[in-house]
Design a protein around this ligand. Structure first.
Ligand code: SF4
Length: 260
């Protein structure tokens, strides 16, 4: 899951109502809704501009090729504080407007190696590093290498480092009966989850850590501890507000080919 995109907006998101919930009447070319009778899949879902999987349809234990697109250490953009970021390869959501479509292929990038894992642990052990961030691509469909990495972090560094994860799944989709257990196992080690597809029509450059307003920054331990099934938003979230008119948005939009 990536949270930055400036690609053009296309088509219509949702249309029509059936049985009390929105349904996607016209999926955009190349996309399909595999769970049409389920109206409780989180904000913006079903989305006409991505593929919408049924519970358990995509299994990271089978899809992952242990490939990563990139690893960046000591970054300040992928969550709170100074962090180390792993960008996995492979994402079948195929959101319209995705900034990282070059790594939709699970074979893209480089092998996840023991040497890389050792380097990540060494970088994370620096006192000024707050934690690890998992992005992609789709981390929850690359659970084999990421479970190994996260279990090792918890074993060797305990809870001294936090773990952030970006995913195209919504929280509600991940809680569906029939979803694969590896996703819940990874979630159990994640502190903050940024969830949901990138929806170009809801793009907002003032949002903190996310590209479109359907996405949420979720406090995972607090949400898992609650027994009402409601998502708990990360308490330190602070989106920007525009206090003066945006002078440069038009020029930027012309350069990028998108409305902003
Ligand atoms: S969830 Fe959507 S925006 Fe995120 S990497 Fe996958 S296709 Fe791109």
């Amino acid at each position: 899951m990536t949270f930055v995109s400036n690609a053009p907006t296309k088509g219509v998101v949702n249309s029509g109502k059936a049985s009390g919930f929105h349904r996607v009447a016209d999926m955009r070319p190349g996309h399909k809704d595999f769970d049409p009778s389920n109206g409780k899949r989180g904000p913006g879902i079903p989305f006409a501009g991505s593929t919408n999987p049924a519970a358990g349809q995509w299994d990271g234990r089978k899809l992952s090729r242990y490939r990563i697109a990139d690893y960046k250490r000591f970054v300040v953009t992928d969550g709170e504080g100074i962090r180390c970021s792993v960008y996995v390869s492979g994402c079948p959501f195929h959101c319209d407007g995705c900034w990282n479509s070059s790594i939709w292929d699970f074979q893209a990038g480089h092998d996840y190696t023991q040497e890389l894992e050792d380097a990540i642990l060494k970088d994370l052990s620096q006192s000024y590093v707050k934690g690890l961030t998992l992005l992609g691509g789709e981390p929850l469909l690359n659970t084999p290498p990421l479970l190994k990495l996260c279990h090792r972090i918890r074993k060797e560094l305990g809870n001294t480092k936090d773990i952030w994860c970006w995913t195209g799944y919504t929280w509600e989709e991940l809680q569906r009966p029939g979803e694969t257990p590896d996703k819940a196992e990874l979630l159990s080690m994640v502190d903050v989850l940024v969830d949901g597809r990138f929806i170009a029509e809801q793009k907002d450059s003032l949002l903190q850590f996310r590209g479109s307003s359907n996405q949420r920054v979720i406090d995972v331990p607090a949400t898992l501890a609650a027994d009402d099934g409601e998502v708990r938003i990360w308490k330190k979230l602070h989106d920007q507000h525009r206090h003066i008119p945006d002078l440069y948005g038009k020029d930027r939009a012309a350069g990028e080919g998108a409305a902003s």
